[in-house]
Design a protein around this ligand. Sequence first.
Ligand SMILES: [Zn+2]
Ligand SMILES: [Zn+2]
Length: 177
Amino acid sequence: MKIRLEDIPENGLDLKLPNSSLGHFNPDILSERDDEISFGPELVGMLHMARDQDAILLSGNVKAVARLKCSRCLKEYLTDVETELDLVLKVTGSSLDEVAELEDNEIPISGPEIDLGQILSQELILELPMKPLCDTHCPGLCPGCGQLKGSEQCKCGAQDEIDPRWADLLKIKDKIS
Ligand SMILES: [Zn+2]
Ligand SMILES: [Zn+2]
């Protein structure tokens, strides 16, 4: 999903996604978390691109379906993710100093092509939870057998995981029986 700088007119450009003229969104996202995350198959949204001296202003919003891996039970699940964009794509040289001086919403580009797929997916990744959960009540995996805790496959019982508030009651129960 790429756009050439020269294809952005002086008076700006509105882009509706998905957009066949940009080519396909490539869900192979390059990030340090990409082994756990993928998006796809399409990004949906409205973008506006405007020229501003040595920069391109990119605004709008974009939505996608993300495939995440639950941090407790390791199951993959799908979730909607959406982000508002207010970015400055700055044409920079290759010097690290220039890149280091960029503000939070400034992204370095070197032209003549902008990889929109990469920029948008990086922005979407920022909206995703650091510890993804398939469900807020996900019990996680049993340390004994590796199956989902409390599931039929897990026969370990929860003996070692008793809520401390119940522990005293169970002691009494043991005495009685
Ligand atoms: Zn889970
Ligand atoms: Zn178990």
